[in-house]
Design a protein around this ligand. Structure first.
Ligand SMILES: [Zn+2]
Ligand SMILES: [Zn+2]
Length: 135
């Protein structure tokens, strides 16, 4: 049996497809039920309102949306914040402008790498890519 640390509570648990321990799983299920229930009654709710009313963190709500459990079709005002600038977006991690800026950064960094091949510059550019890709 494979065991690992639950990403939510840090406790050791038997690994499963849900990626967290049974205790947290139940808690998340309950949060989902609360969110779904609230959205049924308030179709126009946004993420902030949903979080305030259900006590579920925006991060968790974002996860439900990304997992497709909460549909933005059913909740037209449920937008996600861009992880870079906070602009409301409907899908993904970043808004269009941050995405295009990042891909521009990446391609210019890649150019620097190829120009600076064999020189110490390359290592710095790699670090820059790593940092922006993670945020
Ligand atoms: Zn847990
Ligand atoms: Zn953005």
């Amino acid at each position: 049996m494979n065991v690992g640390n639950c990403p939510h509570c840090g406790k050791l648990y038997a690994l499963n497809v849900m990626g967290c321990c049974p205790t947290c799983l139940r808690e998340i299920e309950q949060q989902y039920v609360d969110c779904a229930e609230y959205l049924r009654k308030h179709r126009g709710a946004n993420v902030q309102e949903l979080s305030d009313e259900t006590g579920v963190s925006i991060k968790q709500i974002t996860r439900f949306i990304k997992e497709g459990r909460i549909s933005v079709v059913d909740a037209p005002n449920l937008m996600l914040p861009c992880e870079v600038c906070g602009t409301s977006i409907r899908e993904g991690h970043m808004c269009e402008s941050c995405r295009s800026r990042l891909s521009k950064d990446l391609s210019s960094a890649a150019r620097e790498v190829s120009q600076g091949e064999g020189r110490s510059l390359g290592a710095g550019a790699y670090r820059a890519i790593d940092k922006s890709g993670r945020s």
